[in-house]
Write a protein that binds this ligand. Structure first.
Ligand SMILES: Cc1cc2nc3c(=O)[nH]c(=O)nc-3n(C[C@H](O)[C@H](O)[C@H](O)COP(=O)(O)OP(=O)(O)OC[C@H]3O[C@@H](n4cnc5c(N)ncnc54)[C@H](O)[C@@H]3O)c2cc1C
Length: 433
């Protein structure tokens, strides 16, 4: 032994944006860190997201309005919500929990918990990127949300009032102002909202690659291995991998949409589902827009990036095994064609991709420690907000693991909130959900 406290050696499972920001935050706290993933860093959902720090998304996904709207979205062949029938039997218990999470009191609690994370998300990213000399990866781009139909004016006004109430700066744009702000869009739009405080990253995959490079340059180890099981032992945690066992003092499960499988082996039943999302990336069109643009009616987002113009959409509740459903790419093309002034690049040169958002019924992530094993920690379940919330999640968990008081109350993000078992911290006063 080299005299190090065994607990200072940490294994992080998952090299997505959450795993890599966590690994760097742990290094800053003085931990010796190994990251395990069978794939290269940033190959999961973190590869192909819309690259937008969606701090204004403070409403949980489950709300009475979502439940009312869902049938219409499901019936529209190009609608944003899809539910492959083959997967429905497995999804039903999760849907029941999702519907229960739409109760007004739970929506209010969820909104507060999401707003707490989102409110400090950009500052946490700035600290993370300044620390590794990669500040330019974050761009103060602003964000534009547009409506094609004048019938959406009331909805836009309500959205503006809601965002302002929560401290976001929002400007109302009529069609002409919209054209000036974003000449890359079709002239046939009705109105829009501009959030000047919005941020995007230059390229989400390049970002995770840079995080990983900085991590390795600081002495971190990237281990190409799939973790089958974590076994807490007296002196630490043994990780059983397809490359043999790895011993660590502590472990963090940050395996995105696959995290519940590892938690199950630790006695925790977590209702983690995946919202499959699709993208097209148009490599030659990275300058097509000035800022990320969301369509309120089509529920898709287009972000100009270093790697091209990315068109992103869909919530497909189809699990981890089904192959991508190809007609979704056709729907994305149709949406982009309707929104862009110049639709060049939507041909077969566009990259097609599908990824797995990790989503819990209450839309909140898990940022916590195992109730019975003090050396096992969790950071997963960030749904549509994993890029947004990665750096703040990393800071919060690393602070807790270093024995410091985290900057936010972590009670809303506890791992035991879905189970009836009474974990230690529940007994000390946190209300079970
Ligand atoms: C289409 C789309 C658009 C999105 N747009 C945005 C956006 O604009 N803004 C935003 O904030 N968020 C967005 N998101 C969500 C965001 O991308 C995710 O929440 C985030 O990437 C999750 O990061 P993660 O590190 O938890 O998971 P991932 O990036 O999926 O990483 C998990 C990693 O764990 C590894 N792993 C899994 N099982 C094991 C195992 N047993 N052993 C070892 N390793 C394992 C996987 O190989 C993977 O590399 C979007 C998502 C999608 C799909």
């Amino acid at each position: 032994m080299d005299g190090l406290d065994p607990r200072s050696r940490v294994a992080v499972v998952g090299a997505g944006v959450v795993g890599m920001t966590t690994a760097l935050a742990l290094q800053r706290q003085g931990f010796e860190v190994t990251v395990l993933d069978p794939e290269a860093p940033g190959s999961g959902a973190s590869y192909g997201n819309a690259g937008f720090l969606a701090t204004e998304l403070i409403d949980p996904l489950a709300t009475p309005a979502t439940l009312r709207l869902a049938p219409r979205l499901l019936l529209d062949p190009h609608g944003a919500l899809a539910l492959p029938l083959r997967y429905l039997p497995r999804l039903t218990p999760w849907l029941a929990r999702f519907a229960a999470a739409a109760r007004p009191t739970r929506v209010t609690q969820g909104r507060e918990a999401l707003a707490a994370l989102n409110g400090v998300a950009v500052a946490a990213w700035r600290r993370c990127l300044a620390d590794i000399g990669a500040e330019e990866e974050l761009v103060a781009s602003g964000y534009l949300l547009v409506w094609e139909s004048p019938a959406g004016r009331a909805r836009a006004r309500a959205q503006m009032a809601h965002l302002r109430h929560w401290g976001h700066e929002v400007e109302w744009l009529e069609a002409e102002a919209l054209r000036e702000r974003e000449p890359g869009l079709t002239g046939a739009l009705s109105h829009g909202l501009f959030c000047p405080g919005g941020h995007q990253v230059r390229d989400p995959h390049a970002l995770v690659t840079r995080l990983a490079e900085a991590f390795v340059a600081r002495g971190g180890t990237l281990c190409q291995a799939r973790v089958a099981r974590l076994e807490p032992r007296g002196e630490g945690v043994r990780l059983h991998t397809d490359q043999g066992p790895v011993m660590a003092g502590q472990a963090v499960v940050a395996a995105g949409a696959w995290s519940h499988r590892l938690a199950a082996g630790l006695g925790l039943s977590i209702p983690l589902e995946t919202e499959r999302g699709y993208h097209l990336t148009l490599p030659a069109r990275g300058q097509a827009l000035r800022q990320p643009v969301g369509s309120a009616e089509r529920r898709c987002v287009m972000t100009p990036m270093d790697c091209g113009l990315r068109v992103v959409g869909f919530t497909e509740l189809g699990g981890l095994s089904l192959a991508p459903i190809r007609r979704r790419y056709g729907s994305l093309r149709r949406h982009a064609e309707a929104l862009l002034r110049d639709p060049a690049g939507l041909d077969d040169t566009a990259e097609e991709w599908m990824g797995f958002r990790p989503t819990l019924p209450d839309s909140l992530p898990v940022i916590d420690t195992h109730p019975d094993h003090a050396g096992v920690h969790f950071a997963f379940g960030h749904q549509h907000l994993g890029l947004t919330q990665a750096a703040v999640t990393a800071e919060l968990l690393a602070a807790r693991m270093a024995g410091e008081a985290p900057a936010l109350d972590l009670a809303p993000y506890r791992v035991t909130r879905f189970s009836r078992r009474r974990g230690r911290r529940q007994e000390t006063g946190h209300c079970p959900a």
